[in-house]
Design a protein. Structure first.
Length: 171
């Protein structure tokens, strides 16, 4: 297997399920969290990735070019959608803005996006919970008839020829 250096693996569920529902600010913040957790090897556990990482508000701003309010709103929305987990230094969950406000360091985790090895799914299956429904269909009709008498098979009639053909059929 060929390994890609200087890349970050991204969970398929991000593309298959969440990409169409996330706002751009939420997606940017989520990608920074994925990069800083899944994208970095854990020095303590060789071969594993970081489960959580300390990410400052300034680092979010540098990586996403979003305002502080947009970052905070995106983080809150991602927590509500169960896409990220925010904890303090002791590992206590911080589910709202008020709980996060007083913490000195916030640790972010994107573990909810990762598939567990015991939950093996077929890689090519797209697991979309809300498929797109057809709103209306367009009736397909032949607008121009073809002339089958040509030497190269079927050719389309010009507009003028089609108009003459319609007038002849009405008589």
């Amino acid at each position: 297997m060929k390994y890609y250096y200087k890349t970050t693996q991204t969970p398929n569920s991000l593309f298959d399920i969440h990409l169409k529902t996330l706002l751009s600010s939420e997606l940017k913040v989520l990608l920074v969290i994925i990069r800083k957790t899944i994208g970095i090897a854990d020095v303590n556990n060789k071969g594993n990735r970081l489960e959580r990482a300390w990410i400052s508000q300034k680092l979010f701003h540098i990586c996403t070019n979003l305002s502080g309010r947009a970052i905070s709103t995106a983080i809150n929305s991602l927590i509500q959608k169960d896409l990220i987990i925010v904890t303090n230094q002791s590992g206590q969950f911080l589910k709202n803005k008020n709980a996060r406000r007083g913490a000195s360091r916030l640790y972010y985790s994107s573990n909810s996006l990762l598939e567990r090895k015991d939950n093996k799914n077929i890689a090519s299956d797209i697991t979309c919970n809300n498929p797109v429904n057809k709103v209306h269909t367009i009736k397909q009709t032949i607008t121009k008839q073809s002339c089958e008498n040509s030497s190269q098979g079927i050719t389309k009639l010009t507009d003028r020829e089609r108009i003459f053909q319609i007038h002849r059929s009405k008589k």
